[in-house]
Write a protein that binds this ligand. Structure first.
Ligand code: HEM
Length: 216
């Protein structure tokens, strides 16, 4: 096995932009004066998830849903093999990680859509509670995700976090993706940064940062 390209650039940019946007949206959620910033980051999460759902249909090999979405039976089998140390080295997402990823995408979609409905005053008070509930559930799943990534890295003997940065994992040469699709990734980054700059005047109050640090 050698180091091969597995994660294309759009998938990696999507991931780290999602991390930033979700963290920012969560940190600004409680503050009334940072409502605009919270809404901007929430819309970014929603836009990124919509992009990823499309990329899951037309993206490169390991980004496509058919390469990692699997039945509960496959997940249980994988976990049993993992315990017996007989699990095959996964080139893309492993079946257990894939479940968490699907959950994160669904919760991100739910959180973004419910947030949009609350902001636009569509629906009653219960929507606000659902928005909070879905977002808190997402935080719990994010913690499970990070723990899973660290544990899988240890069990597989491969740094999966570095792989999400470089796009490279261990595999056979014929398992590598053909293209990094870099132009689409830069376009995605430009759209997100463009949106942030365009909406900045309304969201420039960064007092939440000071509050967060003084709280620590
Ligand atoms: C610093 C914290 C985080 C680290 C270190 C991290 C790391 C990773 C890694 C290594 C993978 C690939 C897993 C694999 O090899 O199968 C991954 C995938 C993923 N992570 Fe994270 N993650 C973090 C935070 C988050 C957050 C906050 C979210 C959501 C809000 C998230 C959502 C996802 C999704 C959706 C994928 C699937 C990527 C794709 O196929 O597009 N991650 N993460």
């Amino acid at each position: 096995m050698s180091s091969i390209k597995v994660w294309d650039l759009p998938t990696r940019f999507f991931h780290w932009l999602l991390v930033l946007s979700f963290a920012g949206a969560f940190l600004t959620a409680e503050s009334e004066r940072n409502r605009d910033l919270h809404v901007l980051l929430g819309y970014t999460v929603l836009g990124l998830i919509v992009f990823r759902l499309l990329w899951g249909l037309i993206g490169s090999r390991y980004a496509r849903f058919y390469s990692f979405v699997c039945s509960p039976k496959v997940v249980v089998l994988y976990l049993c093999q993992l315990i017996q140390k007989q699990a095959q080295h996964p080139v893309g997402h492993n079946p257990a990680g894939a479940v968490v990823i699907v959950l994160l995408l669904l919760l991100g979609l739910g959180s973004g859509l419910s947030g949009w409905a609350v902001y636009e005053d569509i629906g009653a008070d219960w929507l606000t509670e659902w928005h909070e509930l879905i977002s808190n559930a997402m935080l719990v799943v994010v913690c499970i995700h990070i723990t899973g990534v660290v544990v899988s890295s240890y069990l597989q003997g491969e740094n999966l976090i570095a792989a999400m940065v470089t796009g490279k994992k261990l595999g056979h040469v014929n398992q590598a993706i053909a293209s990094n699709v870099a132009s689409l990734a830069w376009l995605l980054l430009a759209v997100v940064i463009g949106l942030w700059i365009w909406a900045w005047p309304a969201s420039k109050d960064l007092n939440w940062l000071l509050h967060t640090f003084s709280w620590w």
